[in-house]
Design a protein around this ligand. Structure first.
Ligand SMILES: [Zn+2]
Length: 540
């Protein structure tokens, strides 16, 4: 049975089953609508990628099964600009309260607005990730009057909306001054939302507001396209307007009185729609990045992750965990282990030995209903590429030589884009004190202090280099030398004494080659350093 036919393979399949049957009940014959929303109020955090990846994976599964399905991505660019982030000219404070699409982009940006500036890298990342969606600018929707009827309806129903809100407000002991209006105009004069609706007439739709800037006017809401519904009314309005059947949201949206809860009570009575199937997704954390760049106040974005890992690997992280499970994206040494795990899964899949859920997650990572994502033709282990990039400091000539020796790689394109990701990881996320610096000249003092036994071990190593010049060969050689010195065969099981001798031998080699006790895996390091230089540094 293929993944596409299965109904029980993994969480994506289970949601697809549920969404398809729910869509058939709600709107038979219509394209199925899955939705996400992102606010371009600042850099879009890697954690927010789950908001898009969850419906993407479900929508893609639905398409694979032959149903028409659209994934809407709402850009909440008509939301107010809340505050000036650290690092931006404090004069941007004058824009607080304007729609994000009306705020100038941060200084130095080529983009037309604040919203466009922060959307752009996300749009690029989603393209690289193979996410197929229809973007909707809420600025365009509101300012074109697309929601006019819905706005008039919400205003007419303001008392019933207020009654829903009041139930939660009372619980929280909050008071609301004056009459309730679910619509807030952006001021005609200053463009900010520091406005208060002072009167509204249902028959004429005349709406009076005053603004903190001193301006005030009366408009006809039936013709007014410069304002928006408050968030807790806006969201359910859009569920009904778009006919959304699936839309996940973060944990923070699910508390009592939250937009998800309140929206669920408003969407039917006010807008005649239904709340979508909406799993709550758990937090996605980061390891390693905060330490590196917290001084710049940066947050890691999907683009940052895609600089150090290939798109299928990032997709896999989201596909293999249920939305309710939290996980971390590694920017530190852990990324090497993650890649080992990914490659091991790839081998299992190739040998037809993967479990159904593993197979499904792998399939969702490497291809979408549109086709396969870009892959590295020869997936040399990431940790090997990272070590080579580290030791050679990115010299492509040297990298080419080493990879040729290592694996018969004829051209660097065979190991791209993985090589570039490993190089970027070394360059941007490995602290200087963890970088490997191969010694320029032999450590004569150390070499002079060695005993006969150590000198003999080094001699066996340097004499064996040419014959063992491959990753596998050098692995046999470095582990084998201490065994042979102990009178065992090279392929014998090591005794505790031999293990101790191996550790001492490896530490000696690290000191001679890179001047410290540890470093990249030795066979990789030897290949990266080159036989001639190894002989020189080992006193051979
Ligand atoms: Zn104003």
């Amino acid at each position: 049975m293929s993944v596409a036919d299965s109904t029980e393979t993994d969480w994506v399949s289970r949601f697809a089953d549920e969404v398809i049957s729910e869509a058939e009940r709600r709107a038979p014959g219509e394209p199925i609508v899955c939705a996400s929303g992102l606010s371009p109020s600042g850099p879009i955090h890697l954690g927010n990628l789950r908001e898009v990846m969850t419906p993407h994976l479900v929508a893609d599964e639905i398409r694979k099964r032959g149903h028409a399905c659209v994934h809407l991505l709402s850009w909440d660019d008509y939301d107010r600009f809340r505050r000036v982030p650290a690092g931006v000219d404090p004069s941007w404070a004058e824009h607080v309260g304007k729609p994000l699409s009306s705020v100038p982009a941060p200084p130095g940006s080529d983009h037309a607005s604040w919203a466009d500036h922060f959307k752009a890298p996300m749009i690029e990342a989603l393209a690289e990730l193979g996410v197929d969606y229809r973007g909707i600018s809420q600025t365009e929707q509101y300012t074109s009057g697309a929601y006019r009827e819905q706005i008039l309806t919400a205003m007419r129903e303001r008392e019933s909306i207020d009654a829903v809100l009041a139930r939660y407000r009372t619980k929280q002991g909050e008071e609301r001054p004056g009459a309730y209006y679910p619509y807030r105009p952006y001021c005609e004069m200053c463009e900010r939302d520091l406005t208060m609706v002072t009167a509204y007439d249902d028959d004429t739709t005349e709406l009076a507001y005053s603004c903190a800037c001193g301006f005030g006017e009366t408009v006809r809401l039936a013709e007014h396209d410069r304002g928006k519904l408050v968030w807790k009314v806006d969201w359910p309005m859009r569920w009904a307007y778009e006919g959304v059947v699936f839309e996940p949201s973060g944990v923070d949206h699910h508390s009592p009185g939250s937009a998800w809860v309140v929206g669920g009570e408003i969407v039917g009575p006010v807008f005649g729609g239904e709340r979508p199937i909406g799993p709550m997704y758990a937090f996605v954390g980061i390891t390693g990045m905060a330490k590196m760049s917290s001084s710049k106040g940066d947050v890691p974005t999907p683009a940052d992750a895609l600089r150090i890992m290939e798109a299928p690997v990032l997709r896999w992280l989201y596909a293999r965990r249920k939305p309710s499970q939290s996980f971390k994206v590694a920017f530190d040494q852990e990324i090497q282990r993650l890649y080992d795990e990914w490659d091991a899964l790839g081998r299992k899949v190739a040998q037809d030995a993967a479990q159904p859920a593993e197979l499904a997650a792998h399939a969702r990572a490497v291809r979408t209903s549109r086709g396969p994502l870009a892959a590295t033709p020869r997936p040399v282990p990431y940790r090997t590429l990272a070590s080579i990039a580290d030791v050679t400091t990115g010299d492509t000539g040297q990298i080419g030589r080493i990879l040729g020796d290592l694996d018969g790689v004829a051209a660097l394109d065979e190991v791209r884009p993985r090589l570039d990701r490993a190089q970027a990881w070394i360059d941007t996320h490995v602290p200087a004190d963890q970088r490997t610096r191969v010694r320029e000249s032999p450590d004569e003092e150390l070499l002079g202090s060695l005993g006969e036994d150590e000198r003999e071990s080094l001699r066996m190593l340097t004499e064996g280099l040419d014959e063992h010049w491959s990753l596998e060969g050098l692995t046999t050689l470095v582990y084998g030398v201490p065994k042979l010195r102990a009178g065992l065969a090279a392929d014998a099981k090591p005794t505790p004494e031999v293990k101790a001798a191996q550790r001492a031998f490896f530490a000696l080699l690290y000191r001679l080659l890179v001047g410290r006790d540890t470093g990249p895996r030795l066979p990789t390091l030897l290949l990266a350093v080159g036989a001639e230089r190894v002989r020189k540094l080992a006193g051979g």
